[in-house]
Design a binder for this molecule. Structure first.
Ligand SMILES: Cc1ncc(COP(=O)(O)O)c(C=O)c1O
Length: 391
C-alpha cells in the first residue's frame, strides 16, 4: 500500500515501548539520549524571535537559494568559523535533513548510492531511502581515537556511488575530520568524481579537537558541500533554518548551483520570516551556543571524574559534539543493558547498535541534560554497568 522507501516494520522497538510504558505509569525517566536543546534549561534571550515578526516579511520574494541578506549572514557565520566563502555560494534550506534530501535529488538517480560513515547518525538510513538512494557504509575505527578507515572507503566504492558523506564532528563518536584524511579522501573523490558532503552541524562544539581537525571546504580541488544550521549552532531546531555552503573549482560550483536552483525552486521551502530574521537569529544565537558549549564541557568533566572510579567503563575520547561514547564490558547485550538501566535505574541511554557500531558493547550518552540530573544519572549508569561485571 505504501512505498518501499518506507521501513516495512513500523513497530517501535523494545526500548521505546519500555520508555512509553514507564512514562504512562508516571515514572520520571532521566533521558540521557536528549538531543533537543530547547528542553534542557538553557536561557534563550526573550527577544530572540522578535525579528520573525518583521513587517518586511509581508512581501513574498521567492528566491530559490534564499534572500541575499540571509545568505550574506550565513557566509559571515562561515567566516566566523574560519571558512572563507562568498554569499553567492550559500543556499538556504529549512534544515540540514532537508539539505540532504535536496542534495540527493541533485546528485543521484534512483538506485544510486552515497557513502556514509559507520557508526553515525541513524537518520541517514531514512534520508537516503526516501530519495531512492542506498546508504553504503564506510568505517570509522577506534584506535585510541576514532579515525576514518580509508581502505573501507576504497572498498565501498562502486559505479553507483555518487557522493561521499563526512560528518565532522561525527555523531556519536565526536571525531573531527583530520587534515591528512581529507587529503586522501579528496584525491579519492576527485578520481571517482564524487562530491564531498560535509555535515558540520556540530562544528561549533569543540571539546578536545586534535590540532589537525579541519572542514570539508579545505579540499579546494573537489566539489564540496558544507551543511549547517541554527538547529545546532544556535540551539534552535524549531526555527527551521539550515544552509549549504558550496566549495570547489569555480566552474563546477557555478554549474552545480545552477542545477541546484531548479531543485530548490521546486519547493521554496524556507519561510520568508525566518530568512528576514536570519541575520539577527545568527547573531543572537551565539548566546545560546555559548551556554550549550559550557554545558557539554561541564558534563564531560563530571562524567570523566566519576568514571575514574569505575574501571569497567571506558569513556572514549571525544573531540567535539553533544554526545560521548562509553565502552562497556560485553557481558550482556547492549539492548539488555539499556533495558536494565531503564527498568532498574529509570535512566534512558542509547545502545551503540542504534548508531550502527561494528561491534558491542557501547552506550551513547548525551552531554546536554541539566548538570545535576546528568551527574545523578551517569552515576547510576556507571554503578549498574560495574555491578553487572562483578556480580
Ligand atoms: C549529524 C547530524 N546531522 C544533521 C542533523 C539534523 O539537523 P537539522 O535539525 O538541521 O535537520 C542532526 C540532528 O541530530 C545530526 O545529529
Amino acid at each position: 500500500m505504501t512505498s518501499s522507501r518506507l521501513p516495512a516494520n513500523l513497530e517501535p522497538n523494545a526500548l521505546s515501548r519500555a520508555v512509553d510504558a514507564k512514562r504512562r505509569r508516571g515514572v520520571a525517566v532521566t533521558d540521557l539520549t536528549e538531543s533537543n536543546p530547547t528542553r534542557v534549561g538553557f536561557s534563550y534571550p526573550s527577544a530572540l524571535l522578535a525579528a520573525l515578526a518583521d513587517p518586511q516579511s509581508l512581501a513574498y520574494d521567492p528566491q530559490p537559494l534564499g534572500l541575499w541578506p540571509a545568505r550574506a549572514a550565513v557566509a559571515a557565520d562561515f567566516r566566523r568559523r574560519g571558512i572563507a566563502i562568498s554569499a553567492d555560494r550559500v543556499a538556504l534550506t529549512s534544515s540540514t535533513s532537508e539539505a540532504y534530501a535536496l542534495l540527493f535529488k541533485l546528485l543521484c538517480d534512483a538506485g544510486d548510492a552515497v557513502l556514509v560513515p559507520r557508526p553515525s547518525y541513524p537518520l541517514f538510513e531514512h534520508l537516503t531511502r526516501l530519495e531512492s538512494v542506498t546508504a553504503v557504509p564506510y568505517d570509522l575505527e577506534y584506535h585510541g581515537t576514532w579515525r576514518i578507515d580509508i581502505d573501507s572507503v576504497r572498498r565501498a566504492a562502486t559505479a553507483r556511488v555518487k557522493a561521499l558523506l563526512i560528518v565532522s564532528p561525527n555523531n556519536p563518536t565526536g571525531s573531527f575530520l583530520h587534515r591528512d584524511d581529507l587529503a586522501v579522501l579528496a584525491e579519492l573523490s576527485a578520481a571517482n568524481g564524487w562530491p564531498i558532503i560535509g555535515d558540520e552541524v556540530f562544528a561549533d562544539y569543540a571539546l578536545d579537537p586534535a590540532p589537525s581537525a579541519t572542514h570539508v571546504m579545505a579540499a579546494s580541488d573537489v566539489l564540496t558541500f558544507s551543511l549547517g544550521g541554527l538547529s545546532k549552532s544556535a540551539g534552535l531546531p524549531q526555527v527551521k533554518l539550515g544552509w549549504i555552503g558550496v566549495g570547489g573549482p569555480a566552474a563546477k560550483v557555478d554549474a552545480t548551483l545552477a542545477a541546484y536552483e531548479i531543485v530548490a525552486d521546486t519547493y521554496l521551502s524556507v519561510s520568508t520570516p525566518v530568512q528576514v530574521a536570519a541575520p539577527s537569529l545568527i547573531e543572537q544565537g551565539a548566546l545560546v551556543r555559548a551556554q550549550i558549549l559550557a554545558r557539554v564541557r561541564q558534563n564531560l568533566v563530571t562524567l570523566r571524574s566519576h568514571a575514574g572510579t569505575f574501571p569497567a567503563v571506558n569513556v572514549l575520547p571525544v573531540e567535539g559534539g553533544w554526545s560521548v561514547v562509553l565502552q562497556v564490558p560485553a557481558v550482556r547485550s547492549e539492548d539488555a543493558l539499556a533495558l536494565e538501566l531503564l527498568e532498574m535505574d529509570d535512566v534512558l541511554v542509547h545502545p551503540g547498535y542504534f548508531f550502527d557500531f561494528a561491534r558491542e558493547a557501547y552506550l551513547v550518552v548525551s552531554l546536554l541534560p541539566p548538570p545535576a540530573e546528568f551527574e545523578q544519572a551517569v552515576g547510576r549508569v556507571l554503578r549498574r554497568v560495574s555491578a553487572g561485571v562483578t556480580a
